[in-house]
Design a binder for this molecule. Structure first.
Ligand SMILES: O=C(O)c1cccc(O)c1
Ligand SMILES: CC(=O)C(=O)O
Length: 333
């Protein structure tokens, strides 16, 4: 992390720091740390522990601020908190080796929750999956199994909209997920003209395709909050193919270029949004690097591309395809 000071809470932008923020004004917290497991309550707020850091790495704490009085609850293992505008929910998908049924169950619970509480506009989801590229006992791939279960839950719920998401490796603790949904603000799910929509990936990547948008734009709120683009985990993929297999610098450059096109004026105009953003506008950037020895190269390229005010957290974890070395996400400020 490069952040020098802990930023103030600003609505749908998280506070990312080395220490948890004040519990009272929060919806929930995600600990990118040394152990993973089911979400738990701390000071009456959901906390999701994710095993994303190894020995000697610093824990990164992501805190989602609340804008008003918070109500909390639990639904089929999902712990949630909401403030009348935003819903934060966190769950444990389960042991990754039977990911399919577990993912379907967890996503079914998520869709039930957003309907029951009336937060229909899901705008960001994160999935962390231990052993993401491993084979299951049945010989299938864990990530492909996860995608199959998730696709089934989308289908059962009749949901055709796909939100920005990340699907990334974890060092242990099974598979977990958390998401954010808005009650009233318009969401526009974005695709990237350089990439095949994930739901149209060919079957060679798995029996059921992933279901995520390349980014989601949350339109400005009546409370004066600005419009923001939530950029999905993005990798060195053009159309549906990994490019620059084995070359970390080139993969990082393609990834950054993918994000620049995604959030730039031309693509936003294509989606009916009258705004434009550049890489320097991104905050709360997370960079996932597969091999520890690649960190210096990736960090140098990211440092050159993002603004001086961008807070960047690096994690050494597996990426969902064996030939991918880096994945990057962020949120426009
Ligand atoms: O399956 C996903 O949700 C996903 C989303 C973004 C990047 C990625 O590798 C995977
Ligand atoms: C792997 C990844 O980032 C994608 O499918 O876009």
């Amino acid at each position: 992390m490069h952040s020098k000071e802990i930023p103030r809470p600003t609505g749908t932008l998280p506070i990312i720091a080395e220490h948890p923020a004040e519990a009272r004004e929060l919806l929930g917290t995600v600990r990118y740390g040394a152990e993973g497991g089911p979400p738990r309550w701390e000071h009456d707020r959901p906390v999701l522990p994710l095993h994303m850091t190894g020995a000697g790495d610093r824990e990164v704490v992501e805190s989602w601020p609340a804008m008003g009085p918070v109500r909390t609850g639990e639904h089929r293992g999902l712990l949630f908190a909401h403030d009348g505008a935003v819903l934060f929910a966190a769950g444990h998908i389960g042991p990754s080796r039977t990911c399919r049924d577990d993912a379907e169950r967890a996503y079914r619970a998520a869709f039930e929750l957003v309907e029951a509480l009336e937060y229909p506009h899901v705008f960001r989801m994160w999935n962390t999956i231990a052993g993401i590229t491993d084979r299951t006992a049945a010989g299938t791939e864990v990530y492909a199994d996860f995608c199959a279960g998730r696709a089934q839950a989308f289908e059962n719920a009749g949901r055709v909209d796909m939100a920005a998401a990340t699907g990334i490796g974890a060092l242990g603790g099974g598979a977990s997920f958390y998401f954010l949904a808005h009650r009233s603000r318009t969401t526009v799910h974005l695709e990237n003209p350089l990439q095949t929509p994930s739901s149209e990936y060919p079957a060679r990547y798995g029996p059921r395709p992933p279901r995520f948008a390349r980014a989601t734009y949350l339109a400005p709120g009546r409370d004066g909050e600005r419009g923001r683009v939530y950029v999905s985990g993005t990798a060195s993929i053009l159309d549906h193919r990994t490019v620059h297999s084995g070359e970390v610098a080139a993969q990082t450059q393609v990834t950054l270029a993918n994000i620049a096109v995604l959030i730039g004026a031309e693509n936003l105009t294509r989606h009916g949004i009258d705004e434009r953003f550049g890489l320097e506008d991104l905050r709360a950037v997370k960079v996932y690097v597969k091999r520890r020895e690649d960190l210096p190269v990736v960090a140098e390229l990211c440092g050159e591309s993002f603004g001086a005010r961008t807070d960047i957290a690096y994690f050494v974890v597996d990426v969902c395809r064996r030939d991918l070395l880096v994945e990057i996400e962020g949120i426009t400020s």
